[in-house]
Ligand binder design. Structure first.
Ligand code: MBD
Ligand code: FE
Length: 299
């Protein structure tokens, strides 16, 4: 049985590359890799050539998501499984794979309309990771992938069906009361490896494909330094520092230069073998600046 193994890479459409350089490099601590291309820079988080591509194309949204499989055999098996299930897939050319810095990939679309790529063979750079600002530790990646994404998928069942085809496990975990006591909001969290969840959805029919990207530090102090840097620049914080009930990560939510959210975090727990559900968080995560789609009562 073939399934994806991790959240491998993201492509982001951005309109203000200069602002993104400062945000991703000086505030968050990612390594900026500029190879002289007129239309893009790369963000490095570990030994990979990059984990994120910033495409300066006038958009301000998620452009594509890359899920990893171990190798070419698994890619072929997964492509056949998707086609059997009636999901259209397209095999990328060698030139397209080279552009993505992988050995091969297929393209499809998830039920929220997010361009979804399944790939194998990322380019790994033997040069050490060099953070964009001093860091005590590293980003948590490795076999947990680069973080988690919360995507726009309105039809929760269709979303679960699609990601289960890719091998994900998980279901509705949070039952929140949005916007009043009579209306339950449901959030779906799905895991594919040790990371508590790699994909989630249930935030409604938002204008953008993505609500947030969670990235995780190995050291608490790096989260603190990022928090200070966000506060010093008066960047919108939509939910304050707090601890989630499912992944036990200490996180906060801040706006990025494209007007959607990053969720820097520390201390994430592992995925569970058996399902649980929650109605609130452990502590914190109070709403601050509204309008980014996570002003929901997690506490
Ligand atoms: C998360 O990572 C999250 O973003 C929300 C809204 C709830 C629980 C865990
Ligand atoms: Fe999250």
């Amino acid at each position: 049985m073939s399934h994806v193994t991790e959240l491998g890479y993201l492509g982001l459409s951005v309109s203000d590359l200069a602002a993104w350089r400062e945000y991703a490099g000086e505030i968050i601590g990612m390594e900026i890799v500029d190879e002289g291309d007129s239309d893009r820079i790369y963000l490095r988080m570990d030994s990979w050539h990059h984990r994120i591509v910033l495409h300066e194309d006038g958009g301000d949204d998620l452009a594509y998501v890359g899920w990893r499989v171990p190798g070419p055999v698994e890619l072929e098996q997964l492509a056949a499984k998707l086609e059997q299930a009636g999901v259209a897939v397209k095999v990328a050319s060698d030139a397209e794979a080279a552009e993505r810095r992988v050995l091969g990939f297929i393209r499809t679309e998830d039920p929220g309309g997010t361009p979804t790529e399944i790939f194998y063979g990322p380019e790994v750079n033997p040069r050490p990771f060099h953070p964009g600002r001093p860091m005590f530790g590293k980003f948590v990646t490795g076999d947990q992938g680069l973080g988690h994404v919360v995507l726009r998928i309105v039809d929760l069942q269709a979303g679960m069906d699609f990601y289960r085809l890719l091998g994900f496990r998980g279901t509705i975990e949070y039952k929140l009361f949005i916007p009043g006591p009579d209306v339950e909001g449901h959030l779906v969290f799905m895991n594919i490896n040790k990371r508590n969840h790699s994909v989630a959805f249930g935030m409604g029919n938002t204008p953008k494909r993505i609500n947030h990207l969670m990235i995780e530090y190995t050291e608490l102090d790096d989260l603190g330094i990022t928090h200070d840097a966000i506060r010093a620049r008066d960047i919108d914080v939509t939910m304050q520092l707090g601890k989630h009930a499912n992944d036990h990560a200490l996180t906060f939510y801040c706006a990025n230069p494209s007007g959607w959210l990053w969720e820097p975090g520390w201390g994430g727990g592992q995925s569970l073998d058996q399902v649980e559900y929650y109605k609130r968080d452990v502590f914190g995560h109070q709403n601050e600046v509204p309008g980014y789609g996570v002003d929901i009562p997690l506490t």
